[in-house]
Design a protein around this ligand. Sequence first.
Ligand code: TXA
Ligand code: MG
Length: 339
Amino acid sequence: MAKIVKIESCSDYENLNDAAKALANGELVAFPTETVYGLGANALDTQAVKNIFIAKGRPQDNPLIVHIADKEKIYELVCDVPKEARKILDNLTPGPVTVVLNKSDLVPDVVTAGGKTVAIRIPESEIARELIRRAGVPVAAPSANTSGKPSPTKACHVAEDLEDKVSYIIDGGSCRVGLESTVVDLTVTPPQILRPGGVTHEELSALLGEVVGYAGGTSEKEAPKSPGMKYRHYAPKAKMTVFEGENIEKCILEEIKKHQGKRVCVLCAGVREYTDVISINCGDTPEDYSKHLFDALRFADSEECDVVLAEFPFKRQGITVALFNRINKSCGGNVIECR
Ligand code: TXA
Ligand code: MG
């Protein structure tokens, strides 16, 4: 059973020491970041990293992100640091962005799923960086959920999925962003976004010049460059439908009528509520909605909903590209345009 360590301010950081030691010694420790909670292991310890895959039920071909606390640590993990990487490190980190670079021999194959590149990220969360610094090792960490389930944005979500599989859960409260980091491949020219996330295409282009945006639609048949994007993800147990466009309210009211006698949950974007259903207000900005989406999907599961209907009134730009990517995966592409 995991020990829960609650960190409320920097005066609690001493309480990270036991977890940091366990992490360095090959145990699994879940920790908060500004994006989602991570399931951490010592990235240099092959067996510890294998245990991440076992704990999550994660496919072996899906590589992990290596987390470091300080920029200088990147040099031992990669062959070279091109100028684009330097710019990202200097301007956007610590923050919700991950760079893919050619790996050094120090990085075990299990971390990169046998590939020649490694994904590296410096989280903005002080708690995450403090834990990594105290462990004294780079930390491989996927999101701390069972594979396929919504990513965890609160410590209780981690406990739901992994309580008996990790040594410690560091509780740092709710994650600021609520969606995973942007993954950008810097081994190609121009750089290419492999997963949209907390740092936007617009921000990356402003910094680097041309950047190829997330292409989307990666299917099982292609050999995706970011293997994680091909799997069913972020899904609640209920059948889920997302509603976009001008007449969302009308569409949802009609849809609710079709499910009489079922438990229906509606994810609302701030403005309205619906009667005779479980309404969850996710917030009226893309930022708020992103922060609450995964929590809302887990809540719908805990309420044993049969049907989840989600309002999606946002234009697809900035952070909304990442938000749409996640909600689209959650509903398995079941998006209705309401005219
Ligand atoms: O915000 C985040 O990135 C969170 C927190 C915990 O840091 N982590 C996270 O990890 O989302 P995970 O494992 O759930 O997703 C990592 C994504 C996957 O889509 C994976 O395929 C991709 O990054 N990835 C990892 N290493 C890669 C590599 N060398 N080349 C291309 N894609 C890579
Ligand atoms: Mg994940």
